[in-house]
Design a protein around this ligand. Sequence first.
Ligand code: NDP
Length: 290
Amino acid sequence: MSAKILNGSELAKSIKENIKKEVEELKKQGIFPGLAVIIVGNDPASRLYVDFKKKDCAEVGIESFEFALDEKTTEEELIKLIQQLNIDSKISAILVQLPLPAHLNEERVINAINPDKDADCFHPFNVGRLMTGNPLFLPCTPAGIIELLEANEIEIAGKECVVVGRSNIVGKPLAILLLSKNGTVTVCHSKTKNLDEVCRRADILVVAAGKPELIKGNAIKPGAVVIDVGVNRLEGKKLVGDVEFSTASEVASAITRVTGGVGPMTRAMLLKNTVKAAEILDIKNKKAYN
Ligand code: NDP
C-alpha cells in the first residue's frame, strides 16, 4: 500500500489566503493585528523559526515587531519587556521563542504574558481553558494537526488515537484536543512499555518524541493515519521525522512528510491566534471606553 500524503503546505497556503482577507477586513474596521516576537540569544534554529514567523505575518498583512535580546538578558529585563508589550495597543499578540537560554525560567517568563495576548497558548490560564473545553486560543501545533485531519476528512470521533510524547507544547494539548473531538486517546512517553504494541492499536498515530525514526512501519496498524511531528537533523544534515517514512508509508493509509506536513500548519495557526488576539483586544478596548 502506498499512503496518501497529507499536505500541510497546501492547506496552510489556503488558510493563509483566508487570514489575509480577514486581516484586510479588520483593517477597514480600524483593527490592526500586530505580533511581537521575542528572541533571546543566537540559537540558529530559533533565528530561523523567528524569520519564518515574520515572513508569514508579512504575507497576510500582520505587522510583526521583533525584539532580539542579548544572550545575557536577565529574567527581570525580559519580564519587564513583556509587561510593556502587555499594555502596548499596537501589540495584539506576544510570542517568546523557546527554548530560552538556561539561566531564564521559561515558566515564569510565559506566566508574565497577558493571557489575552498569548499567541502560542502556553499560559496556564489558556491551558486551563483548553482543559475545561472553553479555549480562548488553541495551541498551534496540536490545532494544526486537527485541521489537517479534518480538512482531509479523517474522522476522529470513536477512533483509537495514540500520541507518542507528552510535552506541554505538543503531546499533552494534542491529547486534550483529540479527546474533545471524541477520540479514544492513549498518551505514550519514554517510560511506556511495549511502545510498538501500543502504537499498533492506533487508527490515528501522532508521534512527537524528537527521536529520529523512532516508529517504523512494523509499529503501524495497516490503514492507520500517521502524523509525524518530529523534526530531526541527522549528522549528515539529512532531515528525518520521528517516523521512518519509507516503511510507514507502505502500511499507513495517510501520512505526513517531515517537511510540508505539520510545520506549515503550526505556522498558520500562529497567524490565526494573532488575528483572534487582535479581535479580543478590540472588544476589551471598546468595553473600557463605553
Ligand atoms: P520534547 O522533547 O519536549 O518531548 C518529547 C516527548 O517524547 C517526551 O514526552 C518524551 O517522554 C517522549 N519520548 C522521548 N523519547 C521517547 C521514546 N523513546 N519513546 C516514547 N516517548 C519518548 O519535544 P516536543 O514535544 O517539543 O517536540 C517533539 C518533536 O516535535 C521534536 O522533534 C520537535 O522538533 C518537533 N516539533 C515540531 C513542530 C512542528 O511544527 N513541526 C512543533 C513542535 C515540535 P518523557 O516525557 O518521558 O521524557
